[in-house]
Design a protein around this ligand. Sequence first.
Ligand code: ADP
Ligand code: MG
Length: 702
Amino acid sequence: MSDKITEIFGSNVFSTSVMQERLPKKVFAEVMDVMEHGGNISIATADIVANAMKDWAVEKGATHYTHWFQPLTGITAEKHDAFMTRPEDSKTLLQLTGKQLIMGESDASSFPSGGLRSTHYARGYTAWDMTSPAFVKEMTAGTILCIPTIFVSYHGEALDKKTPLLRSMEAINTQGLRILRLFGNTQAQKVFPSVGPEQEYFLVDREKYLNRRDLIYTGRTLFGAPAPKGQELDDQYFGVIRERVGDFMSDLNQELWKLGIPAVTQHNEVAPAQHEMAPIYTMCNLAVDQNQLTMETMKRVATRHGLVCLLHEKPFAGVNGSGKHNNWSIGTDTGENLLDPGDTPNENLQFLLVLSCIMKAVDVHADLLRQSASCVGNEHRLGGQEAPPAIISIFLGDQLDDVVNQIVSNADSIKLLATGKLDSGVSTVPVLNRDATDRNRTTPFAFTGNKFEFRMVGSSDSIADANTTLNAIVAEALCQAADELEAADDFSTACMQVIHRNMTEHQRIIFNGDGYSEEWVQEAARRGLPNLPSLVDAVPALTTQKAINLFTRFGIYTPQELEARAEIMYETYIKVIKIEANTMIHMAAKHYIPAVIHYTTRLAQSINAVASACPQAELSVQRKLLQEVSRYLADASTALEQLKPLMARVDSIDGVKEMALAYHDAVVPAMDALRYPIDTLELMVDKSIWPVPTYGDLMFEV
Ligand code: ADP
Ligand code: MG
């Protein structure tokens, strides 16, 4: 098996080593230089690279190529073009030119732009992101060469998630290097964030899925009573993987490995039919690309196995939803991890400085971080009684928490810590060492030894926004520290002052207790930490003066790009809830209510039949059932009749923000009001006439 992995791993990637093999030395060197230091390759070089890439892809069976990009829909986009020239132009029919490789023009008018384009042109431009390798995607329909690109407007505004991400990585690079130089590190040439996203998902049987309009249209169940068994026995988590699921996982691994995605971990998750896949971490932008590809591949491979992969954050009420744990660290090209406490006092001091900057970043921008993990499906996780709460806090674990306490209460303790003379109370020199045993599942942002784990991101969401924000806020805190330290006369005294100040001013962001508890909500309010339960509450964080200062300072977003993103989030919220509400109306009117009417009719007929056959027969059970079912039927019908005009009213509201708020405040509760009687009816009505597969069918029969 291991031989097989090495054989297939990355076989569908136009990797550095493939380029080295296939490109002339000089061309290869030029490409490498641009990949490492930025800039542009010449058109002559692009022609040579394009041709080599095309030959390689054609050998793999590709007939078409596409610029592969990540518009603000949160998923990826592609438009296939055949490698073809006009026959009379050339003897070689198959062609990919340098120009086609590095730049594409596409009609951007059907992608969300939040008004960015309307002022200019409908065109959008895609440009090759050379830091992310090209790859071929094998589909039943054919093999496609995919060229990862950014997507910008005519005036260079980002129309995608990748451009700001790359800009944020540049900010980490610049500010991280400043910090390293202050500590005398002259070796490192590059500082970059690394990310390992753990992806959760559900698998359901495709036949059953096709009988649920809600799953088809919205990716989640909008109705459904709990099955008699849920996750209460904890027998699913890390449980034995069923054969069919195992086949899927094995197939998925093969596909991911071919794409150079180092999928390593797979296990059953907490909820029935829920699973997880984790790859080995890699450079942030590549991790973002790979996660998009992973989600897409999961869906495709599931179909082959008669399954459907649900990436929605909350496919089923009453059991755990799915998220993405975004493991994040900052490292150097020389292999140093800035979040690794290290073995020497000097390393400890640098670690403490970086840690204090992260505390500051997360505290100052808690609202933005929460916003960065907002997507409509995540509404059911964040702020609910599961996953991380919507209040941002940092979990450090006992040992580090103790260290922070000591530093805050006594500034001199830093010196002792840094020289290894202070006993942290948990262990002695090296005072700070990794502690992988600390686990707190209720925290949104946890330190786990040499990385932070941001657990808020939704399972269906791109991880680009979360990492862009994380990079940006940390770059800002590092920048502020570097400004002060570069100007200081005595570096180490000044450094200790910064650490002490950051930790003291931002200690309120540290919380090691139970994030689900009501006490924490109260305590967080006392500490002044923002509590933004819904996406609609979080969106305004994008356009505060604080956010504008942060993002414009590092050239990550312009104020217009931020406005546009805020608008798109509201629009998306409206559209998703509207589709859900319409689907509920459809299912209630076409499936549930007719089925229940049918059932009551049958019940009434049976009561009449029994009564006429045996006038003395006891009929109170049937009558009571008929009465109760009829009552819930009436409730369902009333709720349905209220939802329809409500939506018409809300849709006529001016302004996307106002409309999104109305959807949140009025439509969502009206949807709940419709769901309740129907879920209640499901438990009363004969299963044989229930029009759709139940939770039990969906979660336990995979
Ligand atoms: P845990 O079980 O503590 O969550 P794992 O070792 O299983 O941690 O890792 C979870 C994810 O974190 C994996 O994708 C892994 O590659 C990634 N990861 C590990 N170390 C780092 C790091 N230094 N930076 C970023 N991600 C990391
Ligand atoms: Mg983890």
